[in-house]
Design a protein around this ligand. Structure first.
Ligand code: CO
Length: 172
C-alpha cells in the first residue's frame, strides 16, 4: 500500500529515529508499504520517517536494466536495512542527489566514497554490506534520515539560502 510521503520542511524529518526491537508483522507491512511508495514516486530509496514512522529502517532499490521491462526495480532487489551502523567510511565522492521528501530538487553532495555497514534484515538476521559506488551514496543519504537530516543541509551556505528561497516560493 502506498503511504503518504512526508515533505520538507515537515518537522518529523528532524526526528532521530529509534532502534527497531521487534522484527514482526508490523515491520514487514511497513517495509512492503515503503517499497510500494518508493516505486509510485520513482525513488531509489526511502527511510521509514519519510512515511512518518520514526524507526531505524530504510530501503534502497537501485534500478537495473531489464531486457523486457526496460529499467526496472524488482522487489527482490530491495535492500532492506534495519538498525544500520557504518563501521568503515573513507574516500570522497561528489554525487547529484535527490530526495522524495524534497521533490524536484537535485544538488551535488559530498560523501564518503566507500562504506561498510552492519545491519539487520526484516527477520532480524545480521548482515554486512560494502560498496564504493552509487549504493554507498544511497546508504549514507538514507542513514542521514535516521538522524533527522536531509541532504540539503550538506549544501554550502549560499546554495542552501537559494534553495530555501525557491522552495518557499514553490510551496506557497
Ligand atoms: Co531522502
Amino acid at each position: 500500500m502506498v503511504r503518504e510521503v512526508v515533505v520538507y520542511p515537515d518537522k518529523r524529518l528532524k526526528l532521530i529515529s529509534s532502534e527497531v526491537v521487534s522484527f514482526d508483522e508490523k515491520l514487514h507491512t511497513l517495509l512492503d508499504d515503503m517499497y510500494d511508495t518508493m516505486r509510485e514516486k520513482n525513488g531509489v530509496g526511502l527511510a521509514a520517517i519519510q512515511v512518518g514512522v520514526d524507526i531505524r529502517a530504510l530501503i534502497i532499490n537501485i534500478p537495473v536494466e531489464d531486457a523486457e521491462e526496460g529499467v526496472d526495480q524488482p522487489k527482490e532487489n530491495t535492500l532492506e536495512m534495519i538498525n544500520p551502523v557504518i563501521i568503515e567510511a573513507d574516500g570522497n565522492e561528489k554525487f547529484q542527489e535527490g530526495c522524495l521528501s524534497i521533490p524536484g530538487v537535485y544538488e551535488d553532495v559530498e560523501r564518503a566514497k566507500h562504506v561498510k555497514v552492519n545491519y539487520f534484515d526484516r527477520d532480524g538476521h545480521a548482515h554486512t554490506v560494502e560498496d564504493e559506488d552509487f549504493l554507498a551514496i544511497a546508504i549514507q543519504h538514507e542513514m542521514d534520515h535516521l538522524e533527522g537530516k536531509v541532504f540539503i543541509e550538506k549544501l554550502s551556505y549560499m546554495k542552501r539560502k537559494k534553495f530555501e528561497k525557491e522552495w518557499k516560493k514553490r510551496t506557497k
